[in-house]
Design a protein around this ligand. Sequence first.
Ligand code: C5P
Length: 227
Amino acid sequence: NTKLIIAIDGYSSCGKSTVAKDLAKLLNIVFIDSGAMYRCVTLYALQNGIIKNGIIDEDLLIEALHHIQISFKFDAQSKTNQTYLNGKLVENEIRGPEVSDNVSQISAIAFVRKKMVELQQAMGQTQSIVMDGRDIGTVVFPHADLKLFMTASPEIRAQRRFKEYQEKKQNIPFEEVLKNVEKRDHMDETREESPLKRADDALVLDNSELTKQEQLDFIVDQLRVRK
Ligand code: C5P
């Protein structure tokens, strides 16, 4: 069995996806951003009036899950996966402040998680995969070959997200970005359903002071040791 499953969990905006993408490229395996899936559900809920002013109509949401089709397509130009919701490219939209503000509430709902976890497990069924999220090492792939738990200080994480918004010409005050990061972490850690938690066998990677290359080297070393 040469199938390789790598689970990367951790706090929001700590560069999980960046490392996961690089790693997938290096190993030539598939990368899946599980957060993008919760973001798609949230976008759909916002677009269809299922969540309004932070209040979710759960009956409508259960029904909506039957109409939500999430897919990833490899984009040759950016050399990474892009997210599609019902056939429409939503990669940028799902990263916007409105979705970011509501996603932790949507992802706390048990039936939403159940559906997403099923889809995620199916993706790891037949292929090697690097998946990043909050519950990948604890719930989605408890038998992953390598589990990482990434973290960095909230200020550093907010700074990175702030820069990303600026690069996209979205002017969101730093204070607001920091507040969103802290609020999401808190909700993700304290929710009842699959809270963000380091799996007992996950390696901690605090990247506050590490370059991308240093993080990658660390992971590749760990993979070597495990072989
Ligand atoms: O990873 P990202 O920050 O894009 O995830 C957005 C949100 O989706 C998280 O704040 C969390 O509420 C939720 N999420 C989750 N479980 C995952 C991935 C993301 O609950 N596996």
